[in-house]
Each structure stands twice: as structure tokens, then as C-alpha cells.
Design a protein around this ligand. Structure first.
Ligand SMILES: [Zn+2]
Length: 466
């Protein structure tokens, strides 16, 4: 289903590549772009693209002032590395957008000449105007002979349609067309292949380098950097004494004031610092990780497991599950579970649907309990440490599940004060499974908090939360 991910290169090939994920939980916006300090042009165009897409999406989906609601629309933008060498880098971006009634994916591939950083487009891959025209002719032939493309009326391809061209391992050119861009007769996404022997004679010098960088990618080594630094740090050994496994602590949340802190969308660059804080504060928590981030930082998942935290599934692509088919939902969950299992030898015990968007079908397909929240810190929105601390401490009640995101430094910075503030109010920190107690959790059911203890009022000390 999601060919983009399987075809992309491991981003560890670019040592200073940073994955920047952002989510707007209310408007259902999720973006995951790349920033590369050693290639400032790449950082600039990636940021610009995200900014433009988010602004256009927000402009087209204005809130209903009378009800304060947004239309059920979704924006999901993800970057992938598709070519890399000492001279060339390519980033492909696929952007899914729906307005509620239907949606489609757009594709864009940004090429970078690394010698003197320049942003290049598809046209730069080809030599003379004649070569370019001939390539377009090959694309048109291939497109119209494809049984999926019923484009009898298609005579000419506008250059703007060809903004995502890549090469496969055999050197064939792959042209990705945006959904529905070839006219009403097309069905779903269309990728057209132009054979290696046809394309090779038409390429510019840059195009030839680009093709090599796609067929046999080589890691990027920055000036003054040794080859060692390119190795991913996942294999690095750590001497970590394991934290107390939560089930052995004998906490009964029916008689104690418990709260479950949860962290979504990671692990990210700051998750290690967060784990340090949680260990110091004796605060077992629950992490809802995405598949790509689990793949990127398996060592963080291992640390979570060994330090008594619980790991939940937050899907692969962070799409709203309510707009996917059953097969797609299953794939979102299974791929992520595979990646979690690879890191910690067992799949996720819980699932949290992206944006909290779920229904009876997605709940059933989760095949684990589905965990929502009753305290929303809105940390993704304000990115303000004070406000995260304030919301978490004031809104928490016994049995609460608190939603935060460990991809935001402002949230990670808030955690030490949240821990001490809630501890002062008499709270014990537990994982979600511990919070629900012996009555337990059932697969296919959704939960936003633990059953409220009857003695709740007696327990409230100080100012009551909202
Ligand atoms: Zn999320």
C-alpha cells in the first residue's frame, strides 16, 4: 500500500538529517519533514513547503464559528530520502489531503546539487530541450498504454505534472502523478515507468549523477567527519540498571491517587532526556510511538521497556483511521507492531489512534485496548513549558490519562515540574495498564480515564482541577 516508505533510503545515510514531525490534533494536520544543517537549501525548501501546505489547508478548512468545529478534513505530509551521493540528494514528499468527502495524494521530488547547494527540479535531470521533449513522449506512451490510465484524450503532458521523477535500483525512471491529475478517467495513484535504456541517453550531467545516487546510494560524509560518525548509534552499548517493572510495584489505583502520563508521536531527539527525568521522578509512563520513529530509535524503545514504561502503537503514517479502509488500518497497526517487536521482542499492548479519531471498526482492528485521554495539555499547539505544566497539574484528577508529545522540547522541559507538582498533590505515576487496575482493559474497547474512585472528593487536596 505505502510504496513510498519501502522504497525510500535509510535516513541514517545523512548523519545530520533531522526529522521534524508536527501535529495539530484538532485540525488533523500531521507533517514530517527533513532538516539538514549541512544542506541549508534543503532545510529551507522543506520548511517552506510545509508552511505553504499547512497555510493553504487551514485557509481551505475554516472553522465553523457557530459550532466551533472544523470540517472533517485531514492533511498528512511526509518526506522520504530517495537519492544520495557526494553530489546529489533527493527528497520526495507525499502529501495526502482530504476535505472530508474524498482525498488524494500529491507527489513532489526535490533534487539538490550538493557541490554548491542548489535546488533543482525534474527538468534539470535532462539535457537539451529535445531530450526533455523525448522523455515526455516516452512518459505519455507509457501512461496511455497503462491499463489503469484511461486517458484517450491525453495528448501532451504539462511540465508541472512531472514534478516527481525518481529512479529505481535498475535505473528506470519512475514518474509519479498526483491522484486524479491525469483526468477523471484515472484510478488512484499512477506511477509510470520509463525504461533505463530509453532514459539514459536523455539525461544531463546532473541527471546521470542523480540516477547513480538513486541506484547505488552512498552515505553523506561531512567535511572533517570520520566514517565512524556515519554509523547509527543504535548499536551503542549502555549500562543501564533496569527500573522497577511496574507490575511488581503492587500499586492499587482503586485506593491510591494514580495518574498515567502518556507521550505521543516519538521517540524524538529529546526522548532520552525525558526518560532521564521520568527515572529520577520514579514515573513509569506510556509511550505511543509511530512506526518510522520506532525504526529510527530502537534504542529508545529498549530503554523504555527496561525502565518500566509501557509502549503503545500510534500507527505508521499518523493518518486518521476513520478515513481508511480496513486493510489500510490493519497495515498501519501491523507495520508499527512489527517495528516495536523488532526493538523490544513484543508488540504494543495498547493503541492510540492519531488525532483521537476512531470508530467501532478501527477499535476492533486495533486488537488491543484503544487509549484516549481526559487531560489535553495542548502542548502541540502552544509549545509553551509553563502552559504544559499548568494544564497537566490543574486538570489532572485521580484516574486521569494525560496527553503530551515527547517530540516537543517544550514538553520535555515541563516534565520535571509536572512530576513534582503532581507528587505534591499526592499522585502516584503509573502506566495506562496499571491505571486501569485488575478490572483491566479489553481489546477493542476505548478508554479515556480509569473508573473514578468513589472516594474522589475526599482525596482532592488544594485547588480542585477543572
Ligand atoms: Zn499523534
Amino acid at each position: 500500500m505505502d510504496r513510498q516508505n519501502t522504497d525510500s533510503l535509510p535516513i541514517s545515510l545523512v548523519p545530520d538529517l533531522e526529522v521534524v514531525a508536527q501535529s495539530d490534533e484538532h485540525r488533523r494536520i500531521y507533517t514530517r519533514h527533513f532538516e539538514v544543517p549541512s544542506v541549508p537549501e534543503a532545510t529551507r525548501v522543506q520548511r517552506e513547503l510545509v508552511k505553504d501546505e499547512v497555510e493553504a489547508f487551514k485557509g481551505a478548512n475554516v472553522p465553523d464559528v457557530s459550532t466551533g468545529t472544523f470540517p472533517v478534513a485531514e492533511l498528512n505530509l511526509r518526506s522520504h530520502l530517495t537519492a544520495l551521493s557526494g553530489q546529489v540528494m533527493a527528497i520526495r514528499v507525499n502529501t495526502y489531503e482530504s476535505s472530508g468527502t474524498g482525498g488524494g495524494t500529491r507527489y513532489l521530488t526535490q533534487w539538490f546539487a550538493l557541490g554548491g547547494p542548489r535546488v533543482l527540479g525534474t527538468r534539470d535531470l535532462f539535457d537539451s530541450d529535445d531530450d526533455w521533449a523525448e522523455f515526455k513522449e516516452f512518459v505519455l506512451q507509457a501512461a496511455t498504454s497503462d491499463t489503469l490510465v484511461l486517458t484517450g484524450s491525453l495528448r501532451e503532458l504539462d511540465d508541472s505534472l512531472l514534478d516527481s521523477v525518481n529512479f529505481d535500483a535498475q535505473g528506470n525512471a519512475l514518474v509519479e502523478f498526483d491522484d486524479n491529475s491525469l483526468g477523471a478517467g484515472t484510478i488512484g495513484p499512477v506511477t509510470v515507468t520509463v525504461a533505463a535504456e530509453q532514459v539514459s541517453a536523455l539525461l544531463s550531467d546532473f541527471g546521470a549523477l542523480a540516477r547513480t545516487a538513486s541506484m547505488s546510494p552512498s552515505p553523506r560524509i561531512q567535511p572533517g567527519q570520520s566514517q565512524d560518525a556515519v554509523a547509527p548509534e543504535a548499536g551503542r552499548s549502555r549500562s543501564q540498571e533496569p527500573g522497577p517493572p511496574s507490575s511488581r510495584r503492587g500499586i492499587d489505583c482503586r485506593t491510591e491517587k494514580c495518574v498515567a502520563l502518556t507521550f505521543d508521536d516519538g521517540p524524538g531527539p529529546k526522548t532520552g532526556a525525558l526518560l532521564d527525568s521520568l527515572r529520577r521522578g520514579d514515573a513509569p509512563s506510556t509511550f505511543f510511538v509511530t512506526g518510522p520513529n520506532a525504526m529510527l530509535r530502537p534504542d529508545m524503545l529498549q530503554r523504555m521497556a527496561s525502565e518500566g514504561h509501557e509502549i503503545g502503537n500510534h500507527t505508521w503514517n499518523h493518518r486518521s483511521l476513520t478515513s481508511l479502509s480496513s486493510a489500510q488500518i490493519r497495515s498501519e497497526i501491523d507495520r508499527t507492531n512489527d517495528m516495536i517487536s523488532r526493538a523490544v521482542n513484543q508488540p504494543a499492548t495498547l493503541m492510540r489512534p492519531p488525532f483521537g479519531a476512531h470508530n467501532s471498526i478501527s477499535d476492533r482492528l486495533a486488537s488491543t485496548p484503544v487509549i484516549l485521554w481526559d487531560v489535553d495539555t495542548l502542548d502541540w499547539k502552544h509549545r509553551n513549558t509553563e502552559k504544559v505544566v499548568d494544564a497537566a497539574i490543574k486538570q489532572t484528577r485521580p484516574g486521569s490519562i494525560v496527553l503530551m508529545h515527547d517530540i516537543h522540547p517544550s514538553t520535555v522541559a515541563a516534565v520535571p515540574r509536572i512530576l513534582s507538582g503532581l507528587k505534591d498533590k499526592g499522585y502516584t505515576f503509573v502506566t495506562v495498564t496499571e491505571l486501569m487496575g485488575p478490572a483491566g482493559l479489553e481489546a477493542g474497547e476505548s478508554y479515556a480515564h480509569a473508573p473514578r474512585p468513589a472516594k474522589l472528593d475526599n482525596w482532592e487536596t488544594g485547588k480542585a482541577g477543572r
